[in-house]
Design a protein around this ligand. Structure first.
Ligand SMILES: N[C@@H](CCC(=O)N[C@@H](CS)C(=O)NCC(=O)O)C(=O)O
Length: 236
């Protein structure tokens, strides 16, 4: 039995982080027995981030290395049948979602003052109300520092949203009328893109990225397809 350690469920998703949703989908795709163990504090994780899995005493941190572990240990190929060329573009889309769209989601949740109090009270629910703003504010400050270090945090909020809208448009244009990123069947890239698109579509915050995702009929339908297939049966 594999334990998936990730943040608690939030905003219609089985875990608050799209990387955790991705890991969950990968586990489902690989068909291995697993359960979700919610964690609130990433500091003990080997990379200080979640998700991670613990498989028979072995800890694997980071959704990408979780995928490699599952494929290696359980002999599954989540991109079976695809040529090297066919794998290349979806990998670039995966990086677009994880390295760029991700920061627009962070901006919507943590930077946008209109949304931050809702996020704070959901994510930091276990922390007593009296000290919550202080502790949450401290974590927010360090995240905003990381965001600035990355560069994304140097853009205005409007620019951060613009980057996200452009990324979503590219995903929508590539997807076209295919059910999944590669065509009729899901492959590994759908774990990532599906998780990120579903996170944006399901977001409770009325932001330009959510508007863009919901306005593209193929993105909303894709998010539904992914969540129906991989995690509607979850209890969260
Ligand atoms: N590359 C990692 C990214 C994971 C990640 O960024 N997790 C964030 C939540 S979305 C986190 O745990 N951040 C905690 C922190 O930075 O303190 C993966 O693919 O799993």
């Amino acid at each position: 039995m594999i334990d998936l350690q990730t943040y608690r469920a939030a905003f219609g998703q089985p875990t608050a982080t799209p990387f955790g949703v991705k890991a969950l989908i990968l586990l489902q795709m690989a068909g291995v027995e697993h359960r979700t163990v919610y964690q609130d504090d990433p500091r003990k994780a080997p990379k200080g981030k979640l998700p991670l899995i613990v498989d028979d005493g072995e800890t694997v941190a980071d959704s990408t290395f979780i995928r490699h572990h599952l494929e290696r240990k359980y002999g599954v190929d989540l991109d079976a049948g695809l040529s090297a060329e066919a794998r290349a573009i979806p990998l670039a889309f995966q990086r677009l979602a994880e390295e760029s769209l991700y920061w627009s989601i962070v901006a919507a949740r943590w930077v946008d003052q209109a949304n931050w109090p809702t996020l704070r009270d959901r994510i930091f629910q276990p922390i007593p109300k009296l000290v919550r703003p202080l502790i949450a504010g401290h974590i927010r400050k360090s995240l905003l520092r990381d965001m600035r270090g990355h560069g994304a945090g140097r853009h205005t909020l409007a620019e951060q949203y613009q980057i996200g809208v452009d990324n979503l448009r590219a995903i929508s244009d590539w997807l076209g009328d295919k059910p999944y990123m590669h065509g009729p069947e899901p492959t590994a890239v759908d774990a990532s893109i599906g998780a990120f698109v579903a996170s944006v579509v399901g977001e409770p915050f009325d932001t330009p990225i959510r508007k863009a995702a919901r306005a593209a009929p193929n993105l909303a339908a894709y998010a539904d397809r992914i969540s129906q297939k991989y995690y509607t049966s979850y209890e969260y």
